[in-house]
Structures are given as C-alpha cells and as structure tokens.
Design a protein around this ligand. Structure first.
Ligand code: C5P
Length: 306
C-alpha cells in the first residue's frame, strides 16, 4: 500500500434543517446549517488498471452487505472525475467506514467526497477544491459539504454552500441505531404528513434559518445553540421510529443540553456542555447498552492523511 493515497472525510449533522415544498425535480428546496463532526470515513486509493471498490472489514460498522457495483457512490465519484479530466478511470479504492449507513449523517456522501480528493491526488489531475465541490454537487446534495467541512449554510438542494463561523469547539454524543432510515422515505413521510394536514398547516413555507441560531453558533454559546436546534425531518423520523422519542429523552436525562435527530435519522445527536460532560453522557448511554460515539466539531473537510 506504499503508493496509496488515503483521504478522510467527515460525517455531518444538521443544526437546522428547514424543508420547503417538493419541487418539480423531485427534490425539496432546503435551508440548512451543516456541521461536520469528528467521525470519519477513510478512502484509500491505489493505482490499478480498472476501477474497483471494496469495504475494509476493519470498519466499525457492518459492511458485508454494501454494494460494490457501479451504483456505489465511490465508483460514480471516481468515474465522474475521470470523465471530467480525461484521465483513465483506474484505481483500487478501499473504504473504511465509521459513519452509519442510512443514518442521516451523510456517510455515503463522505465516501464520495473522500474519493474525489483521493483520486485527484492519485491521478495528479490537479482540480481545485472549488472544481471538486462542483463535481460533488452532481453526485448528491450533501457531497459538496463533505468536501468543504467546517460549518456551512446549505441552500438549493443543500449543495449551495456559504461557510459560517463556529466560535469554539462543540461536543456531541451520537447514538447509533442498528436499522437505518432511507432518506427518500423520510422526505416522503414529511410530504404525506403535510398533504394529510394541509388544511391545518396551510401552504408549506419557504425554507429559512433563524439568525439567532447562527449568532449562537458564531458566539460559541452552547446553551443558546441548544435552544435553537430544529429539524423538519425529525417529526417524520419519530413517526417512523416511535422508540426514538424515549431515546431522545434518555439522552437528556443522561445530561445532554438537548438532543436532535440527525438529518433524516435515525442517528441521534446530543449536545453536551463540554468534553467532560460528553464523556459522562457517552458512558451512561453505553452502560444502558447503546452504541454511541463522542465527537467534537467542527471537523475539517475531505483531507489527505497519508
Ligand atoms: O441528493 P441525494 O441523492 O443525496 O438525495 C437523496 C434523496 O433525498 C433524493 O432522491 C430525494 O428523495 C431526497 N432529497 C430531497 N430534497 C433534497 C435533498 C434530498 O427530497 N433537497
């Protein structure tokens, strides 16, 4: 593996996820605040004559059932870079996964982002970060953010990014679930609920972000931030998985300032006052038999680590 380029890319949570109406292209207009967290996917790229992907059995989540054919976002990312640059599409790609599959944390998007950066290095194709971000947008709504990392406001489908500042390190405990939620299913459940209760809810508003949340984030005011976290996909996720209601309460009882469903779920993100509190919360939830990870944020975007 001496010639391998290894790149890591972060998973994300959404501090605010405001979902507008369903558009004609099948996507919803969004206004979201992405935060990259210290839970990473690793992609190792080695020279090879053809393109292939495999999952590292040393991953911290089960990978045996994941597709390795052309539908895999890693293969699609490498092919897109090859087509764009005219470079022959050859690389052996090995993915080590830590971000849950269908967990609402953008794990597949992080794989695609890491692949773009790794193949760009391996092939010497020299695209800029901006070039890579625009290729990323063709692969999925969350892929540009996995390239850029940090914290950002996402609009459009979530792919149009404006960086935002975070005034200090934020500490989280993530609680994982064995069974994922498909992202389209979560959006569909939201649409169905909105349709069913249209006469009570009124027309779907344009997506928006409360400036108070951005202010709290910039100031690093963790208590103010805790009171501002919102996710329009949380209600559908809780309807699909009612057990998450108690799980959110359990995290708060364990000492979290607040808990939220991450993206389309079902991963839960609990915000802690500081690193020490996060360690205590993680320990308590672990003692109750849950799979958890303590992470800090913001994390940097897709970066070569070897
Ligand atoms: O862009 P991406 O392929 O990650 O989106 C996956 C699915 O999530 C889409 O097919 C769509 O069902 C839903 N989605 C949406 N509106 C968005 C982003 C995603 O409806 N802005």
């Amino acid at each position: 593996m001496s010639e391998a380029v290894i790149v890591r890319a972060p998973g994300k949570i959404n501090l605010s996820l405001s979902v507008g109406p369903l558009e004609a292209d099948g996507y919803h207009s969004l206004a979201t605040v992405f935060l990259a967290v210290g839970l990473h996917e690793y992609v190792a790229a080695e020279p090879a004559d053809t393109l292939s992907v495999e999952f590292d059995p040393a991953s911290s989540i089960p990978v045996a059932d994941l597709a390795t054919d052309d539908s895999n976002l890693v293969i699609r990312a490498a092919k897109l870079l090859a087509e764009t640059t005219g470079h022959p599409a050859g690389a052996r790609l090995r993915v080590k996964k830590h971000v849950p599959v269908a967990g609402g944390m953008g794990g597949g998007s992080a794989d695609a982002a890491a692949t773009l950066v790794a193949c760009n290095e391996l092939w010497g194709t020299n695209l800029t970060r901006t070039d890579l971000e625009s290729l990323a947008a063709q692969l999925g709504s969350d892929v540009p953010f996995a390239v850029s990392g940090g914290a950002a406001i996402g609009t459009g489908r979530g792919e149009q990014l404006a960086r935002t500042l975070v005034g200090g390190e934020l500490h989280w405990v993530l609680r994982f679930n064995d069974r994922g939620i498909s992202t389209p299913a979560a959006y569909r459940a939201l649409d169905e609920h909105r349709e069913e209760f249209a006469s009570d809810l009124g027309p779907v508003s344009d997506p928006a972000i409360d400036p108070v949340l951005l202010q709290a984030l910039r100031a690093g005011d963790v208590r103010a931030l805790a009171s501002q976290l919102v996710n329009d996909l949380q209600a559908p996720a809780l309807r699909m998985r009612p057990e998450l209601v108690d799980a959110l309460a359990a995290g708060e009882q364990a000492g979290a300032l607040t808990g939220i469903v991450s993206g389309s779920g079902p991963t839960l993100a609990f915000l802690a006052r500081d690193a020490q509190d996060a360690a205590t919360i993680a320990e308590r939830l672990r003692a109750e038999g849950h799979r958890v990870a303590q992470v800090s944020s913001p994390a940097e975007g897709a970066t070569r680590c070897q």
